[in-house]
Design a protein around this ligand. Structure first.
Ligand code: ADP
Ligand code: MG
Length: 288
């Protein structure tokens, strides 16, 4: 896992905390000095922009995928060391967009950032499954509720069918006094338990404020848990910092508010073949 750079944050059920996890994992890593990009690949129900006070009316990932904008034009600096690629929230934009170009976007980001987090849409559809195969590893997010845990199984199966790898499980909105054993849930899914994030009213408040929990309420239980998750993950994902690698090339991107320079397309060209993705969806659907 040491060379893993691109993580998909995924779930079967919606509303379990994927976007919250993407934003706070990314921000906590950025606070620890890593260069991070967070990407809203939830093309149908995009909402990452609001979590970090960006306006989805400007250039978004939808424009990049439609061939109307470069990755840089859709990349916004949200804080030190962290940029976001938001998606558009309008249904009409979604109808015009195909997710096929995502692998190129990911390759470009991979070459520039220490970590890339793909906030994946819930459910089983082409644009949901594609990022699972593009990521180096998938972090499955679920609440402890049986319905959410049950749906996680589909995300795990789909990841495996697209040739992807699951890093482990993050349980969110936990309530230790009433929940069943978290280790048992992870064992049932045959995944390592990467971390648990407790129920915290500050999570909702941070969305309204458009400010990540780890910034707005850094001492609250969820923010503490997200930082703990980052430090636990860091033990297994400590790759070389691209900040250090690039320091002789350019300091301009770090110093300005403009999007960081994307220097080259990755030549390892990891791509999820369309056919693999489609057949994975078909298999998952017939499994039901
Ligand atoms: P998803 O991206 O999976 O749809 P979100 O991250 O948007 O989920 O979270 C769904 C809702 O749950 C939001 O209202 C969010 O504020 C809330 N939420 C997420 N994590 C927590 C938490 N740890 N405690 C309380 N509420 C949370
Ligand atoms: Mg979301």
């Amino acid at each position: 896992m040491s060379q893993d750079t691109v993580y998909a944050i995924a779930s079967g059920k919606g509303g379990v905390g994927k976007t919250t996890t993407t934003v706070n994992l990314g921000t906590a890593l950025a606070q620890a000095g890593k260069r991070v990009a967070i990407v809203d690949t939830d093309l149908g129900m995009a909402n990452l922009a609001g979590f970090v006070s960006l306006s989805p009316d400007s250039t978004t990932l939808h424009d990049v995928l439609a061939g109307d904008a470069s990755v840089q034009e859709a990349t916004y600096r949200v804080a030190d060391n962290i940029v976001a690629l938001p998606s558009n929230t309008e249904l009409s934009k979604y109808a015009e967009t195909s997710p096929e170009g995502l692998s190129e976007v990911v390759s470009e980001l991979r070459s520039t950032f220490d970590f890339v987090f793909l906030d994946v849409g819930a459910g089983v559809s082409h644009e949901t499954v594609l990022p699972l195969g593009l990521a180096d590893a998938v972090i499955v997010v679920s609440t402890p509720e049986p319905a959410a845990v049950h749906d996680s199984k589909k995300t795990i199966d789909l990841t495996q069918q697209t040739g992807g790898k699951v890093a482990g499980l993050v349980l969110t909105r936990t309530r230790p006094e009433t929940d069943v054993s978290y280790e048992e849930i992870a064992a049932r899914l045959d995944l390592p338990l990467l971390g648990t994030i407790p129920e915290d009213p500050a999570a909702r408040e941070s969305v309204y404020a458009g400010t990540p929990l780890v910034v707005k309420n850094p001492r609250g239980p969820a923010a503490v848990a997200y930082r703990q998750l980052v430090s636990d993950l860091a033990e297994t994902i400590t790759g070389p910092s691209k900040t250090q690698q690039k320091s002789t090339e350019s300091t301009e991107a770090e110093a300005s508010d403009s999007p960081p320079e994307t220097t080259r397309l990755s030549d390892d060209g990891q791509e999820a073949a369309h056919d693999d993705v489609s057949s994975a969806i078909t298999e998952a659907e017939t499994d039901r």
